[in-house]
Design a protein around this ligand. Structure first.
Ligand code: NAD
Length: 490
């Protein structure tokens, strides 16, 4: 790394507020407690941020609740303008925020910039949706009076986000909640708090009123958030993260009958039929599988390839996956970063070992890189048996698991043989088969001859244990609105 690169990184880190953001103010945690943020490329500490206590969390929620009635009365147009201003500021600060995101999440700078650009799309989309919430007025067919149906902000929301996309996962919740007129407390993952703190500053500078967005960083997610969820002060819980944590939060949310949106884990099947355009399928797979070093909820987990083309497919994949340059995300030329932490490195290693132990062939990679940081190399497994753990659980690493299949009926059955249902991908040039299989796959999203499905204008979300509700599209703002019916007698 060059000295000038180090200066840019230090300057970017120095610019971020490290305190809690409560009621529009940056405030230290109780007893000035802090938690360290690590660089996954070296394992070293980058800096420390405030480590909130349950009392800090309570203060943040009270600030959000106090701001709710006033914010609900602001006009949709004024909220839309705040979001447009936030978009402009985010674009202006792209380089600073991309550097921070790359440092704490380990992702290559180009991916960090792409995440900021796609987050911009979400912010713009919800700035436009803010002024399009609809109501209804009609004659009551029975009484002859009038029926008014209107939409209101659901109320204060608790938002909990994961480390893998620290900006976009938060903005998919914050932008629609602001558009709808809701206040919130948002808790980022302890691995990646800096990006969200930088985004909170963007929102503040964009004119989002004090108390509307409050950020709590903590090493004690459960201790801080459970009392807030159970408090009765919030009306909404929106969570993105793993299914086991989502299940636990649903149980907590049940006590106050909170409205919940759950974006949970995935186990995406990626199906390549014998008539697929192999170049398109390989391009899509490499992009999908290697993005964020495979630590993506939409990442292809089980790659089903028709037995008649699997040898050629494997050959092409080895060539492409071997070409990745792995290193620290901020270093020039790097297009594959480390995994997020030692736990994740061990989990990916164990998943690969398990597959090999039950009979899979190791074609490429397969052992963590020696030295500092949490680097796992591009890895390809072939002929992964049904008994391998990766058929049931997310790999969350740069590991492509190839599984041969013979028939459409067989592959659809195996693709659906999972508790999850976030995304499926299928590649075929046969239109009838494409529609038939896309409709039969049990997932909230299907990529048909493409390896990405996340767009601001598309409703993204899972079925089965992958979640409840949708983010993006019109549905994304609906998650933060309540329907009210007013019966009017004349
Ligand atoms: P995680 O469930 O461990 O953590 C997610 C968030 O929940 C973090 O902020 C964490 O601190 C917090 N958390 C953990 N335990 C908690 C508790 N008891 N109470 C309150 N908060 C708690 O998930 P992760 O490892 O950060 O993210 C990876 C997971 O997220 C994967 O399963 C991935 O598939 C999923 N994910 C899903 C989507 C989607 O859109 N469906 C998007 C991104 C990631």
């Amino acid at each position: 790394m060059t000295v000038s690169a180090l200066i840019v990184e230090d300057a970017a880190l120095a610019l971020v507020h490290k305190d809690l953001f409560i009621g529009g103010q940056w405030v230290p945690a109780e007893d000035n407690r802090t938690l360290d943020v690590f660089d996954p490329a070296t394992g070293e500490v980058l800096c420390a941020v405030a480590d909130a206590s349950p009392a800090d969390g309570r203060r943040a929620l009270e600030a959000a609740v106090a701001a709710q009635p006033g914010f609900a009365r602001t006009t949709p147009r004024s909220r839309s303008k705040m979001l447009i201003r936030a978009l402009e500021l985010l674009q202006e600060r792209t380089e600073q925020i991309a550097a921070i995101m790359s440092l704490e999440a380990g992702k290559p700078l180009a991916e960090a910039r792409a995440e900021i650009a796609s987050t911009g799309d979400f912010i713009q989309h919800f700035a436009e949706e803010a002024v399009r919430t609809e109501g209804n007025y009609q004659v009551n067919p029975v009484s002859g009076g009038r029926m008014i149906v209107t939409r209101q902000p659901i109320g204060t929301a608790i938002l909990i986000t994961p480390w893998n996309f620290p900006l976009s996962q938060a903005a998919r919740k914050l932008a629609p909640s602001i558009a709808a007129g809701c206040t919130s407390v948002v808790k980022p993952a302890k691995e990646t708090p800096l990006t969200l703190l930088a985004f909170a500053e963007v929102l503040k500078d964009a004119g989002v009123p004090d108390g509307v967005v409050n950020v709590v960083t903590t090493s004690d997610s459960n201790g801080v958030m459970e009392p807030l969820i159970r408090s009765g002060l919030a009306r909404k819980l929106s969570f993105t993260g793993s299914t086991p944590v989502g299940v636990k939060l649903l149980e907590q949310a049940a006590e106050q009958v909170l409205s919940t949106s759950m974006e949970l884990g995935g186990n995406a099947p990626f199906i390549v039929f014998e008539d697929a355009d192999l170049t398109v399928a390989i391009d899509s797979l490499v992009m999908n599988k290697m993005w964020n070093a495979g630590q993506t909820c939409t990442s292809a987990n089980r790659i089903f390839v028709h037995s008649s083309i699997i040898d050629r497919f494997q050959e092409m994949l080895v060539e492409r996956m071997s070409a990745f340059v792995q290193g620290r995300g901020t270093d020039a030329g790097v297009n594959l970063g480390p995994l997020i932490n030692a736990r994740q490195l061990a989990a990916v290693g164990a998943m690969v070992k398990d597959a090999v132990d039950v009979g899979a062939k190791l074609v490429l990679g397969g052992s963590p890189l020696p030295g500092a940081g949490y680097f796992y190399p591009p890895t390809i497994l072939r002929d992964v048996p049904e008994t391998a753990a990766l058929n049931r659980d997310e790999i969350f690493g740069p590991v492509a698991a190839l599984i041969p299949f013979e028939s459409e009926e067989e592959v659809v059955r195996r693709a659906n043989d999972t508790d999850y249902g976030l995304v499926s991908y299928l590649f075929t040039e046969d239109l009838r088969r494409a529609v038939r299989v896309a409709e039969d796959l049990e997932s909230g999203n299907v990529g048909l001859n493409r390896g990405t499905v996340a767009y601001a204008a598309a409703p993204f979300g899972g079925v089965k244990k992958s979640g409840l509700g949708r983010e993006g599209a019109k549905e994304g703002i609906e998650e933060f609105l309540e329907t009210k019916f007013i019966a009017l007698q004349l």
